[in-house]
Design a protein around this ligand. Sequence first.
Ligand code: AMP
Ligand code: ZN
Length: 145
Amino acid sequence: MIHNYDDNCIFCKIIKGEIPSYTVYEDDDVKAFLDISQGTPGHTLVVPKTHVKDIFDYDADLAATVFAKIPLIARAVKASNPDIKGMNIVNNNGEVAYQSVFHSHIHIVPRYTSNDDFAMIFKDNSKNYDEAAYTKIQDAIKAQF
Ligand code: AMP
Ligand code: ZN
């Protein structure tokens, strides 16, 4: 496969081997390496070897190729440590959504206890919504396909 790189991108440099990484898995299409922050032990990033900025930048073939690898890598991370009880799989898109490296990546975050060093909050705003409000949002999204 021919990969497109961005010369200024830190993850492209990791993919090309110009910057070191703790690589745990690699094939023609993806590379998986330890996130330097280790939010929880085993925190791993999966990146496409082709430079795509965010989820909105994938075509269907690249998405199929990259996302198909996630269960394989997630299983390996889980199997690597018997203390891993669960896993969050997170993909941030845009600065407002906490993306800081603009080469798309999927975080694999092993979970050990409910108060380890990873948290995710979905507030329940359902009391603010009636049928008309849900339908308006539903219709706006459906109109985009
Ligand atoms: P995000 O905030 O979703 O864009 O995630 C970017 C992640 O990349 C952060 O969790 C960083 O800790 C991680 N990161 C940045 N530079 C490196 C690097 N050189 N090697 C490994 N992980 C990195
Ligand atoms: Zn890149």
